[in-house]
Design a protein around this ligand. Structure first.
Ligand code: TXA
Ligand code: MG
Length: 341
């Protein structure tokens, strides 16, 4: 199939809407990462997403809307919990996905057979315009091949999915750069399943104490069941081995353990102290920049002849929790704590 490259003008947005209405797949920009969209109410269209990405069929998709009213209009949930309404009022549109009891319109392909559904109202104006042009809610996972870093530019989408999808709409770089926060409200105490651009602190300021799923910061023990199916898969897995290095003597450690094929995923301040290839994520204190650039740096590293990456260990406050969650998966949970060796 020939993948059409679209721009974010009105004509092309309408073209994307038409492709989606007719059961096709379009890569679309959002404020988090690019999504691979299909009509969420059409099981056959949604099934194509799994084939294009090579995604396991038991991993459910997020349904994207362009108005809070779409939830009722399209019967997307069977219950809209009070706390979900409070969070919607405060953080939608924005990088927050809420899991609720699923409504009758949701095909099994979207929910992967679960009795819940994930809903998100993206803030990106072009994403909203495409949803409106399609006239239906859009199911969309990240628009990468399963297992590679999520795409934050249209170029990333093309390099993974060219020839496998109908079109990509180029809306520039994604602002946040990491996927949305996922929280489930289909249980007594709301629980974070995936950290993202909306932080635990922000959510607790609206609905009080919430839980953080064990799988967010720790490796699941063998046989343990993931609350969010996506968390059981090895994710964001670069070709090189990634090791997280914790401790203030990071640059000394890297310089002592380097050879030609070692790289450092580090902060701007580290670069001049390092004797290996450096891929800086931004200034040390600028956590938003770390989130914004992480996936692009992992892709750059993939394109180089690098065997081993020593990554700075992020702090887990605020958006840092999301950066840590992605990086620890890229590292297959391999951490060296310099204070303990
Ligand atoms: O920012 C984002 O959320 C991006 C953009 C495109 O919106 N989308 C995205 O989708 O990251 P995806 O499919 O790559 O990640 C969705 C995560 C997966 O880990 C999946 O298992 C989980 O959400 N999920 C979806 N529906 C669920 C449900 N009903 N219960 C538990 N987890 C669910
Ligand atoms: Mg994904």
């Amino acid at each position: 199939m020939n993948t059409l490259l679209l721009g974010d003008n009105e004509n092309d947005i309408n073209k994307a809407g038409e492709i989606l209405r007719n059961g096709g797949l379009v890569g679309i920009p959002t404020e988090t990462v690019y999504g691979l969209a299909a009509n969420a109410l059409d099981g056959k269209a949604v099934e194509k997403i799994f084939r294009a990405k090579g995604r396991p069929m038991d991993n459910p998709l997020i349904v994207h809307i362009a108005d809070i009213g779409d939830i009722e209009k399209f019967s997307l949930v069977s219950e809209f919990p009070e706390k979900a309404k409070l969070l919607a009022e405060k953080f939608w549109s924005g990088p927050l996905t809420m899991i609720m009891p699923k409504g009758r319109a949701i095909p099994d392909e979207v929910s992967a057979g679960l009795n819940t559904v994930a809903i998100r109202f993206p803030e990106h104006k072009t994403a909203q315009a495409v949803i409106r042009a399609a006239g239906v809610p859009l199911a969309a996972p990240s628009a990468n091949l399963s297992g590679s870093p999520s795409p934050t530019t249209a170029h990333h989408v093309i390099s993974d999915l060219n020839g496998r999808i109908d079109a990509v709409l180029d809306g520039g770089e994604c602002r946040v750069g990491l996927e949305s926060t996922v929280i489930t409200l289909a249980c007594d105490t709301p629980r974070i399943l995936r950290p993202g651009g909306i932080t635990v602190e922000q959510i607790e300021s609206v609905i009080g104490k919430i839980d953080i799923d064990d799988a967010v910061l720790h490796q699941l023990k063998s046989g343990e069941k993931a609350a969010s199916p996506g968390m059981k898969y090895k994710h964001y897995s670069p070709k090189a081995r990634v090791v997280i290095v914790k401790g203030e003597s990071y640059t000394d450690f890297v310089n002592r353990n380097c050879d030609k094929k070692v790289a450092a995923l580090c902060y701007n301040e580290d670069v001049e102290k390092l004797s290996v290839r450096a891929f800086p994520l931004g200034d040390r204190a600028d956590i938003n920049s770390h989130a914004h650039t992480l996936f692009d740096k992992l892709r750059q590293i993939d394109n180089e002849n690098i065997d081993l990456v020593y990554a700075r260990c992020p702090d887990t406050d605020g958006v840092g929790m999301a950066v840590y969650n992605r990086l620890i998966r890229a590292a297959g949970f391999e951490v060296i704590d310099l204070e303990k060796v």
